[in-house]
Design a protein around this ligand. Structure first.
Ligand code: SF4
Length: 367
């Protein structure tokens, strides 16, 4: 069905279930039950911006310590804008999706330059900042500035889908946006958006929603039809592939070689040890020599191999084989473009690494 028709039909359904009563019940539930989260104690747009970026792709419990550490070091947008990218990435290390930290750093610099250090309050300006999409712009505009803009995250989509029994074909971004806007009406946008997200996080959860405890169950079409477990339609999870990777931790005397990843793509801007994928049927030692020759144009001597470790990222798993190697000289990598350094082993803690590399640093006994 055409999205406009769905919206009109669903609007009528909203009216039939008394949307003002729905808002009242939802908001009083939120007031009483909301979690005590650090970013809810403030209306400072900078703090709300940081929390929203961190909460993209990462669970609340994981974000809390990162948020607190971030606020200790970068409690103003100016401090973030004038820091180095490495400093920002260090604080992000382990949280994944590092493009968020890079974009945050760029956003801080842009706000300093173009908005005199003040976070813009309009959805239209926010959405043009690096790394800020429709959801995040809506969340900042509504939560920090109380602007009547929806903030549709996965939780809100799920709640709306169940409230209105939306089919996959009608679950379009535009439909959710219009419906949320229509529901919000005179409610406080800040409280309303947070209440919708909170009910999705605590009650209308993905598997087995807690309908008997749900304050809006008498407004919920899926619940009233006994079909709450059928919405949203379940997608088959994608198979997570495991790749085998070799890494060379190359020493020359007391110095160890590290290199910076390119500014785009996976783990962009982080530091790493050189290496690469093991080809099918290839022995890890052979793969290491091949990779180092291709990547650095160098031959090294393997001194020992560390314990292989497994690490799971969201979209793939890795089995990492680390090798301690020695090089005859502190070489400059031949054809490789990009930054590299020879540093003391104790300095490894000052550089941001992907989590799997960090695990290796912590597990290895260096020469
Ligand atoms: S009644 Fe159940 S399905 Fe409906 S909104 Fe509440 S928790 Fe979700």
């Amino acid at each position: 069905m055409h999205s406009k028709k769905i919206i009109m039909r669903k609007r009528a359904e909203y009216k039939s279930f008394q949307s003002s009563r729905f808002r009242k019940v939802l908001l009083s539930w939120y007031k009483a039950q909301k979690r005590d989260l650090p970013w809810r104690k403030t209306k400072d747009p900078y703090k709300i911006l940081i929390s929203e970026i961190m909460l993209q792709q990462t669970q609340v419990e994981t974000v809390i310590p990162y948020y607190k550490a971030w606020m200790k070091k970068f409690n103003t947008i100016k401090k973030l804008a004038t820091a180095s990218l490495d400093e920002a990435l260090m604080l992000w290390e382990g949280m994944g999706y590092y493009s968020r930290a890079r974009n945050l750093h760029l956003t801080a610099q842009e706000i300093e330059k173009n908005y005199n250090g003040k976070i813009p309050d309009s959805f239209e300006n926010l959405i043009h900042l690096p790394g800020i999409g429709k959801y995040t712009a809506g969340a900042i505009a509504s939560i920090a500035f109380n602007k009547p803009v929806p903030a549709i995250d996965a939780n809100v989509r799920r709640v709306l889908t169940r409230l209105l029994c939306l089919s996959p074909s009608s679950s379009k971004d535009k439909t959710f946006w219009e419906l949320a806007l229509n529901l919000m009406v005179t409610a406080s946008p800040s409280e309303f958006n947070q209440a919708m997200m909170e009910i999705g996080a605590l009650v209308c959860i993905a598997k087995n929603p807690r309908c008997p405890n749900c304050p809006v169950r008498s407004h919920c079409n899926a619940y009233l039809k006994g079909m709450q477990n059928r919405y949203p339609a379940i997608r088959k999870p994608k198979k997570v592939e495991e790749i085998e990777v070799v890494l060379g931790i190359i020493f020359n005397d007391t110095m160890v070689y590290i290199q910076k990843r390119p500014p785009q793509g996976l783990f962009a801007g982080l530091w790493e040890f050189p290496g690469g994928k093991v080809e099918p049927g290839e022995r890890p030692e052979k793969a290491l020599h091949r990779e180092l020759k291709e990547e650095l144009g160098e031959k090294v001597r393997i001194i020992s191999n560390g314990k292989a470790i497994r690490h799971k990222y969201t979209r793939f798993k890795v089995l990492l084989y680390p090798f301690i190697c020695s090089a005859q000289k502190r070489f400059s990598p031949g054809s490789r473009k990009g930054e590299f350094r020879w540093i003391l082993q104790k300095e490894l803690k000052n550089y941001p690494f992907p989590t799997a590399n960090r695990k290796i640093i912590q597990s290895l006994r260096f020469p």
